[in-house]
Design a protein around this ligand. Structure first.
Ligand SMILES: [Fe+2]
Length: 567
């Protein structure tokens, strides 16, 4: 059973799954070079079919993680908002038109795909419940047979949160929280209030929160997001209004409570940091409230998470430590791109064909390029590489890193999900206090307060981090051990935490060799790892890697076994 999952909404993506085994998956943004693009994922679909060596007509079914006809509730809510706040109507109308185009694309999906992909017949699309697809995206690739499941995002067709129990492929939905009560939209609203892009820059707010004091948390708890005794929560939509608005989420009353919102170019003040810290605290409390309830209801000690809010790695860690669960699994693409893969897995399961269930410990499901393709790209750019076998390459790169040089590291299949995890990464020495400033100066024009993350050999992780189990997808923020803080200052956030990636023995052999070599040379098997991009989606092809490398002051580029230095 070969099933193509696709999503044409924000974070458009495609994934191909055979009997529950993932063959390929990629986000459309990497091909069209627009972050978080909303589009029919034509390029991602073409890639998935190419990776499997099949045509569209060879696919048994197309699965879409949206029941587009179940959106009546959104329309009613939007109408209510317009009547309450006429000044928001223009923005709402624009957003509404965009959303209408996305839904219409789904109505005529079969014809669109046949015309745009390869001209062969498209199987009938099957439209699936969005949150059930999120559930499949985590449960069906997790190492657990039985687990409690928590899905939290901005909104599905009509809901924002789902609590469930998974017993192998049997999913029992325990509770759903309807629109407009959305923890994801609450955080997106605060993101917008702080002058950042909602549904995109939430991780900036999460980073900023560490610098603030949560002095507005009581106001937010009492006036904006209230916890309910049954494990649920409610948003006060008289104050917080977001149903269809992209740019304004908050009312004048909200501004009276917290003060004026920040404009994008405005300086960040302590009040802004305090608002970020307060919102982060209230989000964490809300998730803990949900998770405690889920733990009580199910009595299970393993938790699967997904939905856009599962990218909040600070909150994830609190769930792990405080909600009573022993183990936690979060897929690398926890947000809406992941729902495309979830749709394929969910449909496979419903059709009784999920016979090859796999545990996903690697995010390497995207395009890869051969050495001749990399050589041709280097030649086009006028660069002359040196080819080195793995051991020599890793010793040389480790030595350069230890001497303070930066390295663009391009290997194998592009990552599935928003992080560079050792295949499309920019690497540096975490031992240097000034490395953060150096990277920001040489490469990334980004907010100076945002932390960089470490990769570490899995079996050595506990020497440096208070991490109870592996974190292969960089989705957990954990305390750095006091004894290690001075050893790896460049990856320790202001609150003493780090967003860790553990690298095991099998999922990424060459990256592991590099970590081992760096560990041998320096005594510290840890590297600073940030994604390989500069104000654009992560690079996909060798040409994009080379162009990005040449735009920066990074000293070294590695494409597979090919090493290129700037002279
Ligand atoms: Fe979602």
């Amino acid at each position: 059973m070969l099933i193509l999952g696709l999503s044409n909404m924000r974070d458009a993506a495609a994934a191909l799954v055979e009997n529950g085994r993932v063959i390929a998956a990629a986000e459309e943004e990497r091909f069209v070079r627009v972050k978080h693009v909303t589009a029919l994922p034509v390029q991602a679909i073409r890639f998935c079919l190419r990776a499997a060596g099949v045509r569209l007509c060879d696919v048994d079914a197309v699965a879409v993680p949206w029941k587009y006809w179940q959106i009546g509730r959104r329309g009613a809510l939007a109408l209510g908002s317009m009547l309450r706040s006429p000044q928001l109507c223009w923005v709402k109308g624009k957003r509404s038109a965009e959303r209408g185009r996305e839904w219409m694309e789904l109505v005529f999906l079969r014809g669109h795909l046949t015309r745009l992909i390869d001209g062969t017949a498209c199987p009938k699309p099957v439209f699936l419940d969005h949150h059930l697809c999120h559930i499949a995206s985590t449960v069906f690739v997790s190492p657990f047979d039985r687990a409690a499941v928590l899905i939290v995002d901005g909104a599905s067709e009509a809901h924002t949160t789902m609590l469930a129990r998974a017993d192998n492929q049997d999913i029992q939905v325990l509770q759903r929280i309807p629109l407009p009560h959305s923890a994801g939209q609450f955080y997106a609203g605060i993101t917008s209030y702080l002058g950042f892009k909602p549904d995109q820059d939430e991780y900036i707010v999460m980073g900023l929160a560490a610098y603030g004091k949560p002095r507005f948390a009581p106001v937010l708890r009492e006036q904006v997001l209230r916890l309910l005794p049954n494990g649920g929560f409610e948003l006060n939509t008289r104050i917080f209004d977001f149903h269809m608005a992209r740019h304004r989420f908050f009312s004048h009353e909200f501004l009276r409570l917290l003060g004026l919102n920040r404009q994008p170019e405005e300086e960040i003040t302590q009040r802004h940091r305090d608002v970020a810290a307060s919102a982060q605290m209230v989000l964490e409390e809300t998730l803990l409230h949900l998770a405690h309830h889920l733990h009580q209801q199910t009595g299970l000690d393993r938790l699967c998470l997904a939905g856009g809010v599962a990218y909040n790695c600070v909150a994830n860690s609190r769930l792990w430590r405080e909600a009573g669960f022993r183990e936690i699994y979060i897929p690398s693409a926890a947000g809406d791109s992941g729902a495309a893969m979830g749709a394929a897995l969910w449909l496979t399961s419903r059709r009784g064909s999920l016979t090859e269930r796999m545990v996903m410990r690697s995010a390497s499901w995207g395009p890869e390029f051969t050495e001749p393709e990399c050589l041709a790209a280097l030649e086009r750019a006028g660069l002359r590489p040196k080819r080195l076998p793995d051991d020599q390459l890793c010793e040389k790169v480790a030595c350069e890193l230890a001497n303070g040089r930066l390295v663009c590291w391009f290997q194998g299949r592009m990552e599935w999900g928003p992080r560079g995890l050792g295949n499309r990464s920019l690497l540096a020495d975490p031992r240097r206090e000034d490395m953060r400033e150096l990277i920001n100066a040489k490469v990334k024009l980004r907010e100076p307060f945002r932390p960089f993350a470490p990769s570490v050999l899995e079996e050595r992780a506990s020497e440096y981090f208070d991490l109870p189990s592996p974190s292969p997808f960089m989705l957990l923020t954990v305390p750095v051990r006091p004894s290690a803080k001075g050893l790896i200052p460049a990856v320790v956030h202001v609150d003493g935490s780090a967003r860790v990636q553990t690298v095991d023995a099998t999922s990424n052999p060459r990256y592991r060799l590099l970590l081992e070599a760096f560990g041998r040379q320096t005594g510290v098997p840890v590297l600073l790892n940030t994604s390989f991009n500069v104000n654009e989606p992560i690079v996909c092809t060798p040409d994009e890697a080379i162009n990005c490398f040449l735009r920066t002051e990074v000293e070294w580029l590695v494409l597979g076994n090919l090493l290129v230095g700037k002279t």
